[in-house]
Structure formats: C-alpha cells, structure tokens
Ligand binder design. Sequence first.
Ligand SMILES: Cc1cc2nc3c(=O)[nH]c(=O)nc-3n(C[C@H](O)[C@H](O)[C@H](O)COP(=O)(O)O)c2cc1C
Ligand code: SF4
Length: 505
Amino acid sequence: MKIYVSRDSAAKALGADEVAEALTAEIDASGIRGEIIRTGSRGMVWLEPLVEIDAGQGRMAYGPISADDVPALLGGRIDSLGLTEEIPFFARQTRLTFARCGVTDPLSLSDYETHGGLVGLRRALVMSGEEIVDEVKVSGLRGRGGAGFPTGIKWDTVRLARAAQKYIVCNADEGDSGTFADRMIMEGDPYTLIEGMAIAGLATGATRGYVYLRSEYPDAIAVMEEAVKRARAAGILGADVLGSGRTFDMEIRSGAGAYVCGEETSLLNSLEGKRGVVRSKPPLPALEGFLGRPTVVNNVISLATVPVIFEKGADFYAAFGLGRSKGTIPVQIAGNVARGGLFETAFGMPLGELVEEVAGGTASGRAVKAVQIGGPLGAYFARDKFDTPFGYEDFDGQGGLIGHAGLVVFDDSADMLKMARFAMEFCAVESCGKCTPCRIGAVRGVETLDRIAAGDSAAVEVLTDLCEVMKDGSLCALGGFTPYPVMSALQAFPEEFAGVKEAAE
Ligand SMILES: Cc1cc2nc3c(=O)[nH]c(=O)nc-3n(C[C@H](O)[C@H](O)[C@H](O)COP(=O)(O)O)c2cc1C
Ligand code: SF4
C-alpha cells in the first residue's frame, strides 16, 4: 500500500507533517505494510491535509485528515472521496504545467523522468538557438508574471544580442495577493523549472541562471536548493549538460521582501546587491540586464511551462486556449471561497464559472460581490463582468488584467471604499520612491479617499484626476496600475463613494 501526503507548505500549515508522522507511527504499531511518499500539492487546498491511499485500485483521496483521524483512516473507517483525479475540481482541469505536481516525489529525479521529465531538454539539446526560440514562438507562450509579453520574442532579443556573457533570471518573487502557483511548482516539481531555465539558456546562449526567490518562501528555497544540487550531481546542470558539451548552471538567491522587487528592473538591482529601485527603460533587461548583460527575466510559470511545450510540441500546446491567449493558465483561487486552490485550465473559461462553479461560491455562504484579479493592482470585477472569458485581451477589454492569475473573492459584506483605500495605501507603502506620481500620488490618494469616507463627495473628482495622473505618469506598473482597483471599485459601486455623511443626515 502506498500512501501519499503533500509536503507543500500550504498542506504543512494545515497539519500535513503531523498526519505523516501519525501515519508512520500507526504503520509501525499495527504492522500494516505501507510506504509513505511525500509529494507536492494537488492544489485542492480546502481538502488539505489530503491523504491518498493506493492499495492497487489507484489513488483514493481522503481529506481533510487530522493526525487523530489516522487510526480510523488506516482501519478503513473513513469514507473516501473517490479517486483523486475524479474529484470534480481536479477532473475539470487541463494539467500541463502542473501535470506532475502532487503526483511525484518532488526531489526524485527518477520520478521526474518516469513522468516525462527531461524529454524536452533532450529535444532542445539537438536544436539550434533559433529553432528553440521558434518553437516557443509557435507555442504562443506569453509571460505569466503579469504583462503577458510573448516569451519567444523576449528570448530572441537576448539570443540576437552580442555579449560575452548572458543570463537567465527567474522571477520567483510572487508578491501578488492570492497567488501561490510559483511556490507550488517550486515545492512540488522543482526540476521542471530547472529544465525550463536550461532550455532558455540553450536558446539564448546564456550559461548562468538565477532564481530570485522571496524570503517568505523558506520551503521553496530549501526544495529548489536541493533540486539544483541533485540536478548538478546528475549532470543536468554544469559544464556538460546531459553529456552534450553545452554549459548551463544556476543558483538560488533570496530577496529581502519588497513588493517592488518583483518588478524586473528592481529585481535586477536587488540581485546585484543594490537597493530595489526601478530602473528606467530603455535599456531593456533583454539587452542590458543583470550586471549590464543581456538577460532573460521570466516568471516561474513561464519557464516551468517550457519543458511540456518541448515534450509535447508547440502545436499541441497552442491548440489550447482562446485567441492570442494560448495554452493553459494556473488560476489561483483564494479569498472568501468554498473551494480554494490551484486550477489549471485552458484560457477561455468564463470568470463566473470559475467563481461560482469551480470555487463553489463563497465560504461564508453569502452572495459574491466582486473578485479582484491580478493581485493588489488588479481591477475588481463585479458580477456583471462574470461572463468575461479568461484571456489577456478579454480582460483588458473589460478594464482589467490577468496578472499572475490570482483570484481573490469577496462576498457582499466587503466595503469597496475600504478596498480602494487599501490599494492606495499599499502603493504608498510599497512605492520605490523613484517617481512623483506614485511616491506622492499614493499618499494624496489615501487622504482623498479619507475625505470621501468622511462625506466629502466632491473629492471623488479629485480622486479620478489623481488616478489619471498616476496611470499616465508613473514610471512602472506599481504606480501605473494602482488606479485599476481604485477606479474599478468606484465605477462598479459608486454608491459606496457617494458621501457617507450626506447619507447619514
Ligand atoms: C510592481 C511589480 C511587481 C511585480 N511582481 C512580479 C512578481 O512577483 N513575479 C513576476 O513574475 N513578475 C512580477 N512583475 C512583472 C515583472 O516585472 C516582469 O514583467 C516579469 O517577471 C516578466 O516575466 P514573464 O514575461 O515571464 O511574465 C511585477 C511587475 C511590477 C510592476
Ligand atoms: S511607479 Fe512607484 S514603484 Fe514604480 S518607479 Fe515610480 S515610484 Fe517606483
């Protein structure tokens, strides 16, 4: 009998380590023949700690399980949820990037290879840089870190740049609210990120890579460090990648924790040991990035998706999706929801279906009021926008953005004026200070929202003007996108900004 328990930090926070210990103790005490395997997460966080038992009929799911439940579980006295992969939340997904996550032991290279790992890298090793880049272009892969920029075009710029040294930098800062896909893949399938970075190196001629990982993710740091060590020992990284004579090596660096360090130029400054302040563009990082050299800066999911594209082919990947939003997107569902977790699906599913059906509505049982998509700088979508399909252009057309595809759901008790104030305050606190519209504008924005809260409805016009200035005049998207949550809240719920004092009189 094989027993699978996640070692993902969300599962651990809910007691997975204690459950695994109790399972070991019970197996020892009862003489049951069982092997415990620690995996990544299946992404069904509301069921964690999830225990899967395979006694020959496939992996049956039980959850949430506490350490106290273990004797009853092994004694067959707890009802199963059925085969894990038949649980509707799981069965409705298209798992490409996350295909191995929750299935394999994250640090086992043999597990990795048995489940399709390294097929993509082996294929890329016999291709030219141009052919590799073309494959990525045909796949339609766009940056999953926020801006949705075509990955193949970014790689081509670095490939064509002439320099003695080039770099691949993985942006694992994952600062957006309600997002955890980067962490989940790093903890649950670290070799796919390593493989993706190696392919990026082969494509562009970069021989060194760095993962810039947020310090708040100690488990991900530990798993990635160990995975890099094992990959190097196995000859996947180093001076002779899989015996090809090609070089690619990488290391893990941890950031000190500022939201703006997720912005690529600020990240590069931080990686160089400088203060995390945004750099003006141009020059693009693709031409003058880390230490002034041509650098690919890509998000974790962008890079971790590359191996499956090379394993299954660009056309296979591009056949999923909607319009120019090709392939799949790991949607992270959080906030006030009945079923929170990671849901990888082809682009195109309507937002309302994700919120009402997949996530099952709110945990509080009240009506959904709004969903913030794309982190703290993302717009609030009220129910009238729930038929918007998940796609870059579709969201843009509705005044929103996908960002890193985190959904934070709010019920009808949410105070949208307070949420707008929070966005402005967040910007004021996290501003790097380099440009005036963001540094000063956000502080004035908080004050203006306080005036509105105190009943001064004339301040709504000031707020609107201020948002216009921040949007047009900020150097980076931290200041430039703060108007999204503020203005979307104002536009969708104008009555909540209509002068509380008047209403009370
Ligand atoms: C304030 C701010 C924070 C950001 N935070 C992140 C982040 O945490 N992770 C990330 O991948 N991209 C983040 N980005 C986007 C990056 O600047 C950059 O576009 C991305 O890393 C490029 O990778 P991609 O093309 O693979 O998406 C942020 C951007 C801004 C303006
Ligand atoms: S918008 Fe804000 S975070 Fe971005 S450069 Fe200007 S001050 Fe810095």
